[in-house]
Design a protein around this ligand. Structure first.
Ligand code: 5AD
Ligand code: SF4
Length: 463
C-alpha cells in the first residue's frame, strides 16, 4: 500500500475542560490512517475527543508501521520525547496513558513493554476493538499487552462512528474490505504483522459504504493489503470477488467514485478487469506493484509471476480500459540482484510506463526469508540503483502530467486551497488539482481544463 507519510490525526477538539482527549500519530500506509480513525471513533464512544495537540492529550497513541527499516527506532525515539511529556504532565497532577498500536506493536510488543516502561498499552491491529477496555485497565494502573489474533471479528465489535463525526471529515474516505496476506513475498513482514487474509462480509462493507455516502462522502477507496483477493458470499448466494463488490457499491446513491488499493497481479481476475471496462465510476487509475523486472529476482521474492505475465496482464487491463493510469511499487537491491537484474527492472518500467511510483531500497526485515538469503547487495549499490530508477520514474510521471495540459478532466472539489480564492480538487489520477476560482461546492464533480503542471499537482480552470 502507498506510504501515507506521518499524519497527525486531528479532529475538532471538543471544548469543555473535563473532556478527555486523545492524540493519535499515524505512521505508514492508508490502512493505518483508516485504523487510527476507527480507534478514535471507538474512544469517542468512551468520551474521548480527538486533539492535534499532544501536550493536551490524556491518551497518546502511536499507530506504527513496520514495513521498512528504522520504523521501530523511530517509535523508541518518539517514546523518549513522550516520557518527558508524561513526566511534565504528572507534575501538574495530570495523568497520561501511552499506547503503541500498529505493526511494530504486533511484531515487537513484548520488547516494547520491556524497553519502554513509559508505555501502558501495546495493541496489535487485530485487537483494536479491545482498545477502550485496555485504556480503562491502564487508567486503573495496569499495563496491557494485546497482540493475539482475536477470534472474534474486530469490525463487528468496533462501534460505528456517529454520522456527525464522519460528516466533517471530507468527501473522500477509506474503507478496509480485506486485511492480511497469504502471499508471503520473501521481503515482506505483512503476513506476520497483519496475519492471514481475511475478507469483510458483503453486508458489512455495503453498510459502511452507505453510512459514508449518507455523511457526504463521494469517493471511496477500498483498502486491503491484498485488496483484489477480497471474496465473499453475495446476496445472490454466489461467491463474489472484488469486481462484483465494486458493481454493488456503485449502486449506492451519492457514491460517485471508487478506487481500490493495493492489488497483487495474481489476483486481477476477469470480473475485476471487466469492472474497469464497464464501471465508469471506477477511476482509471490502478496501483499494481510489480517490485522487480527480473524473473530470477521475482522468483526469489516469491511473487509467483514473471515479467512477461505482468506485461500481458497490463495489456489486458489496457484493452478493457485504454485510459487507465498505472502506479507501482519497486524494490531495488533484493539479495542476489545483479546489475543485469536491475536493468530488467528499468526495462519493465520503460515497457509499462507508470504515472506514479513508490520505490525503495531492500530492507531486510527480521523473521522474513529474504533477510536470511545470501548475496545481500551493498548499500551504495542500492542507493545508486534507486537513484537511476527514480530518475526514470520521475521522467515518466512528469511526461504524463505534461500530456494532460490542455485536456479536460473531471475533478472532485475537496477543500479551499492555501491561497485566498483557491480551491483544491482531486483528479481521476489522484493528483491534486488547484483551481483559481470556486468551480463548484465541496463534493461536486466538475469539468475543468488542465492549464499547467505544478510540482506534485495540476493547475486547472473551470469550463
Ligand atoms: N524492503 C523494501 N521495501 C519493501 N516493501 C515491502 N517490504 C519491503 C522491504 N523489506 C515495499 C514493497 C511494497 C511496499 C508497500 O513496500 O514495494 O509493495
Ligand atoms: Fe507483502 Fe507480498 Fe502480501 Fe503485498 S502481496 S502484503 S508485498 S507479502
Amino acid at each position: 500500500m502507498q506510504d501515507a507519510g506521518v499524519i497527525d490525526a486531528a479532529e475538532n477538539t471538543v471544548s469543555g475542560e473535563r473532556q478527555k482527549k486523545v492524540f493519535v500519530k499515524t505512521y505508514g500506509c492508508q490502512m493505518n490512517v483508516y485504523d487510527s480513525q476507527r480507534m478514535a471513533d471507538a474512544l469517542a464512544a468512551d468520551g474521548y475527543a480527538a486533539t492535534d495537540e499532544i501536550e493536551n492529550a490524556d491518551l497518546v497513541l502511536l499507530n506504527t508501521c513496520h514495513i521498512r527499516e528504522k520504523a521501530a527506532e523511530k517509535v523508541y525515539s518518539e517514546l523518549g520525547r513522550i516520557r518527558q511529556l508524561k513526566a511534565e504532565r504528572a507534575k501538574s497532577g495530570r495523568e497520561t496513558v501511552i499506547g503503541v498500536a500498529g505493526c511494530v506493536a504486533q511484531a515487537e510488543g513484548e520488547e516494547i513493554m520491556r524497553r519502554a516502561p513509559v508505555v501502558d498499552i501495546v495493541i496489535g491491529p487485530q485487537t483494536y476493538h479491545r482498545l477502550p477496555d485496555a485504556v480503562r485497565k491502564a487508567r486503573a494502573g495496569g499495563r496491557v499487552l494485546e497482540t493475539d489474533y482475536a477470534i472474534e471479528d474486530k469490525f463487528e465489535h468496533l462501534p460505528r462512528p456517529r454520522p456527525a463525526a464522519v460528516r466533517g471529515r471530507g468527501v473522500t474516505a477509506f474503507l478496509t474490505v480485506q486485511e492480511g496476506c497469504d502471499k508471503f513475498c520473501t521481503f515482506c513482514v505483512v503476513p506476520y504483522t497483519r496475519g492471514s487474509e481475511v475478507s469483510r462480509p458483503v453486508a458489512q462493507v455495503v453498510a459502511e459504504a452507505e453510512r459514508l455516502a449518507e455523511s457526504g462522502v463521494r469517493e471511496i477507496t477500498l483498502l486491503g493489503q491484498n485488496v483484489n483477493a477480497w471474496h465473499g458470499e453475495g446476496p445472490d448466494g454466489r461467491q463474489w470477488g472484488l469486481g462484483e463488490l465494486l458493481f454493488r457499491l456503485a449502486e449506492i446513491p451519492g457514491i460517485a467514485r471508487l478506487r481500490y488499493t493495493t492489488s497483487h497481479p495474481r489476483d486481477m481476475d476477469d470480473a475485476l478487469i471487466a469492472a474497469h471496462r464497464d464501471l465508469d465510476i471506477l477511476m482509471p487509475y490502478l496501483h499494481l506493484p510489480v517490485q522487480a523486472g527480473s524473473d530470477r529476482i521475482l522468483k526469489a521474492m516469491n511473487r509467483r509471476h514473471t515479467a512477461a505475465d505482468y506485461l500481458r496482464l497490463v495489456e489486458r487491463i489496457r484493452a478493457a480500459r485504454p485510459d487507465i493510469a498505472l502506479s507501482g511499487d519497486f524494490i531495488v537491491g533484493f539479495p542476489g540482484e545483479t546489475e543485469a537484474d536491475f536493468e530488467a527492472t528499468m526495462q519493465i518500467v520503460r515497457d509499462v510506463t507508470f504515472v506514479q511510483a513508490f520505490s525503495f531500497k531492500y530492507s531486510p526485515r527480521p523473521g522474513t526469508p529474504g533477510a536470511e538469503m545470501d548475496g545481500h547487495v551493498d548499500e551504495d549499490a542500492k542507493g545508486e540503483r534507486l537513484q537511476r530508477l527514480q530518475a526514470l520514474l520521475t521522467e515518466q510521471q512528469q511526461a504524463f502530467a505534461r500530456g494532460l495540459v490542455g485536456r479536460k478532466s473531471d475533478v472532485l472539489i475537496e477543500k479551499p486551497g492555501r491561497a485566498p480564492g483557491q480551491w483544491v480538487g482531486r483528479s481521476p489520477w489522484l493528483m491534486p488539482v488547484i483551481l483559481d476560482e470556486k468551480a463548484g461546492e465541496i463534493g461536486d464533480i466538475v469539468d475543468v481544463r488542465i492549464t499547467r503542471t505544478g510540482a506534485n499537482s495540476l493547475f486547472a480552470e473551470a469550463m
